[in-house]
Design a protein around this ligand. Structure first.
Ligand code: ATP
Length: 235
């Protein structure tokens, strides 16, 4: 579904991605793990077209997307849930969600997706007229996922969904991510600092260090790999 072929991304003179190749197959949850500054967020930003790549190719469902602008990439079927949620604090919950569907014209489809999302996150239904900025961290993460889902993506990019959340809330969010993958047939590419939880949830994983991919395998194998255990799982 998604193929990154030897991509490089720069911030000025800083070569943040040094020739990354990876793929995500339809139906999978794939985790990208690594230390701070490894280049995980830059990888997602490059896929979304927010940060331009300087070389390589990004194929989505076989078509090159590396020269497309971000809104066309959303329209093509890829949505990103950014690190730190980035919800619109002054807008209500429902208005935040509607921002996710602004490119869509299928009114009945939008209505159905809203209903589905309120089933997934009943707390958001209760708070639909409350300002986004007054929600708790976990609720804001739910809202950021909902907003991305309202674009009806076939591929959902999630950047650090557990950031700043309690272990209980993280568990709840991860269960919902699994549900979105299995019940809503949405493929997921997940960037996470919490490598243990991310690999438990995922089918496959990639390890990133200093702008390069250093390891890839089935998630269950990475979870028992001695190097991964030592460097990223704290065991
Ligand atoms: P974190 O988990 O801390 O978010 P990360 O793995 O997502 O880390 P990136 O945020 O992609 O890493 O950063 C990769 C490299 O690019 C780092 O060296 C970082 O300092 C640099 N970088 C990221 N954003 C910018 C920017 N806007 N301008 C300049 N350098 C940047």
């Amino acid at each position: 579904m998604l193929n990154l072929i030897n991509i490089e991304t720069f911030y000025g003179n800083i070569r943040a991605l040094k020739g990354i190749s990876l793929c995500v197959n339809q139906g999978e949850i794939v985790a990208l793990i690594g230390a701070n500054g490894a280049g995980k967020t830059t990888t997602l930003m490059s896929i979304s077209g927010i940060v331009p790549i300087s070389c390589g190719q990004i194929l989505f469902e076989g078509k090159p997307i590396e020269n497309m602008n971000p809104e066309d990439i959303v329209a093509a079927g890829i949505s990103q849930v950014p690190e730190g949620r980035r919800i619109f604090p002054q807008l209500s919950v429902i208005e935040n969600m509607e921002m996710g569907s602004f490119l869509r014209k299928d009114h009945q489809g939008i209505k159905n997706d809203l209903e589905y999302i309120f089933e997934l996150f009943p707390i958001l239904s209760k708070r639909k007229h409350q300002a986004g900025g007054t929600l708790s961290g976990g609720e804001q993460q739910m809202l950021a996922i909902s907003r991305a889902m309202m674009a009806k993506p076939r591929l959902l990019l999630l950047d650090e969904p557990s950031l700043g959340l309690s272990p209980i809330m993280t568990k709840q969010i991860f269960q919902i991510i699994k549900k979105i993958n299995t019940e809503h047939n949405t493929t997921i590419f997940l960037v996470e600092q919490n490598a243990y939880m991310a690999l438990q949830l995922s089918h496959r994983g990639y390890v990133m260090e200093n702008g390069t991919i250093t390891m890839t395998d089935e998630a269950s194998k990475l979870l028992t790999d001695e190097n991964v255990k030592k460097a990223y799982l704290g065991i």
